[in-house]
Design a protein around this ligand. Sequence first.
Ligand code: HEC
Ligand SMILES: [Cu+2]
Length: 312
Amino acid sequence: MEPFETATLGDFGAQSTLDPAGQGAAAILPLTWGMTIAFGVVFVLVMALVWFAWTRSGGRTWWIVGGGVVLPLVSILILMVFSISTLQAITRAHPDSLVIDVTGHQFWWDVVYDPEGLAMRDANEIVLPKGRPVTLRLMSEDVIHSFWVPSIAGKMDMIPGRSNTLTVTATETGRFRGQCAEFCGLSHPLMAFEVVVLEPEDFLRWFDDTMGEAEDAAQTQLVQGREVFETAGCPACHEVRGVAEGGVLGPDLTRVGGRATLGAGMWRMNKGNLAGWIADVQDMKPGANMPSFNHLSGPELRALTAWLASLK
Ligand code: HEC
Ligand SMILES: [Cu+2]
């Protein structure tokens, strides 16, 4: 899978509830229109009553009982029945679904495929097979985040100490954008990610290609880059399978060069942005929990960047 292959965007772009590409989003769309229309009618009615109250005088208790109690009670009850049944449909765990754990961190996403089996770790990008139900177990490592891929499914909070379940079934292949939807700190608006939906057989191929260790560095510059990675202290927070294990404070970098975006959905993945990120992450993402490595020499930074970009 090439980074940034042309996205199959719908009429409203890669991040829109109006353009469903998943069963959850498709279930929510009629609710969105239904509520917009129902509350539009209520708004017009209320405005008409305000006008009525202004232009006439005299007590009419039945207006208060009817318009203030009965009408809201009935309309909200009807809408509640629809929203609760939709909520149940989209949060029900599916018995033979693929399980993916997604954990929100300030300001990035940790992703573990098949956590109780192969437990393949990745970050900031979620690859889904088309047409197969996937159970997302949503958690948080620090503060409350909210997981939202408008084109695929509804929104779900990620709460520290809890695991919330969202079952999604993508119905279109392509790239879709997700975004943290709960204010979580300085770089909250820079906490996005991509969802890549592949045909089931492409998904299996991708999974097989990706789950192993990082490819061994072959050229001198790449070997140098790996050494800089090890000596500069990156493994304290980052894991690269087969090179450095155990760093979990930052995103897994085993296939960082294969992701389409850098910095949780914020920049295109390329060597220039990677070098800028390492040397001055605090400028590219204020408040990120990674220090800027501005003491690396030019050749060190180039080698490190080349090695990271080669990890696919
Ligand atoms: C103190 C922990 C820490 C150290 C040390 C650290 N990082 Fe990071 N790194 C992070 C965190 C946290 C993030 C996620 C930041 C965000 O997106 O909010 C990150 C993100 C990244 C990303 C972006 C990953 C992606 O998918 O977008 C790259 C690349 C990266 N770091 C490379 C490095 C390199 C190279 C070094 C060593 C020179 C290093 N990091 C040292 C914590 C660290
Ligand atoms: Cu967040």
